[in-house]
Write a new protein. Structure first.
Length: 320
């Protein structure tokens, strides 16, 4: 059952007061839901509780405005049973830690009790944004995931030019580009693997990064026909906007579209309704499921309502 007569949305995200509304995809979802007459509620993951076998949220009833510096207003702080909401968006940014996992268990209980959670809580746990690419090896660069220093060194020696990264980061954090001749290879491996205690990913370096790390959005299984090419700043190998890359909106290529369309059915099967594929050249390097961004930039550049595509499908699902 939903709150009142209208649909209701609980947005679980990072602190709303500190977001950049020009780029924040979660904020774009809130604007679209409000435009449709939905009631809006907001909380952070630590505001969820399990009480008497029900998942409840200490949440704020809010309204939003597309106005920098005055983008939200808190109306009331309420305690609500999460299963009462029409839908819940889990949009907290990584790190993907144990507290995040605990939140997905609570949200899975809420989903079983009747609410729709986007993305599916079980798939948020199962589909690590780096490792999930292994389900699509035909589209990925040469990759090794290991905590073993000797295996990582051998991979680097064979590939010569490699990207090393942790499995739980975001925004380009702790990503290293190393060559076999780099004198810092050992210390980088030790740092990323905590001296052989945790897994790290090594991927063949893709020179096409100079043309951008493309973000491709897949919404309810539909490949959006535009991408945001995140182009590294001078002297950088990371295109991430958080690492100083510049975002250039552009139409999707036929090759990119064909690859994304082959991945899309598996995303739908897993309840992953809003996903960001990262592609460099012809390779998929990450599949972002926790809090994919770049929607606002594409909507501002092109005449497309990406949030509307998602909410059309959600309204159909919760009304059927």
């Amino acid at each position: 059952m939903t709150i009142g007569m209208s649909h209701s949305l609980l947005m679980i995200m990072d602190p709303i007061e500190s977001i950049n509304i020009k780029k924040d995809t979660s904020f774009g979802f809130l604007l679209e839901a409000q435009r449709r007459g939905w009631q809006l509620f907001y909380c952070q993951p630590q505001d969820l509780s399990l009480e008497n076998n029900q998942v409840v949220a200490e949440c704020s009833n809010i309204s939003v405005a597309n106005e920098v510096g005055a983008h939200y207003q808190v109306n009331d702080l309420e305690t609500r049973t999460v299963s009462e909401f029409s839908t819940v968006f889990m949009r907290k940014d990584p790190p993907f830690d144990m507290d995040y996992i605990y939140s997905t268990y609570l949200l899975e209980l809420a989903q079983e009790a009747g609410t729709l959670v986007v993305n599916h809580p079980r798939s948020l746990r199962d589909c690590n944004e780096k490792l999930f690419t292994a389900w699509f090896p035909q589209f990925t660069p040469k990759t090794l995931v290991s905590a073993n220093k000797d295996k990582l060194k051998a991979f680097i020696a064979k590939q010569q030019d490699v990207i090393l990264k942790p499995l739980d980061g975001m925004g380009g954090a702790s990503i290293f580009k190393v060559k076999a001749s780099d004198p810092n290879v050992s210390v980088i491996i030790e740092t990323l693997t905590a001296h052989g205690q945790q897994l790290a990913m090594a991927q063949q370096f893709i020179p096409e990064i100079v043309y951008g790390d493309k973000r491709i959005l897949v919404v309810i299984g539909q490949v959006i026909p535009y991408t945001l090419a995140r182009i590294p700043s001078k002297g950088e190998t990371r295109g991430n906007l958080a690492a100083g890359g510049s975002g250039v909106p552009m139409p999707i290529t036929e090759a990119e579209k064909a690859i994304a369309e082959q991945i899309a059915p598996e995303l739908m099967k897993r309840g992953l309704y809003f996903v960001g594929l990262d592609m460099i050249g012809e390779y998929v390097t990450e599949i972002n499921v926790t809090s994919p961004t770049c929607m606002r930039e594409l909507e501002n550049e092109f005449e497309i309502n990406i949030a509307g595509i998602l909410f059309d499908a959600i309204e159909q699902k919760i009304s059927s």
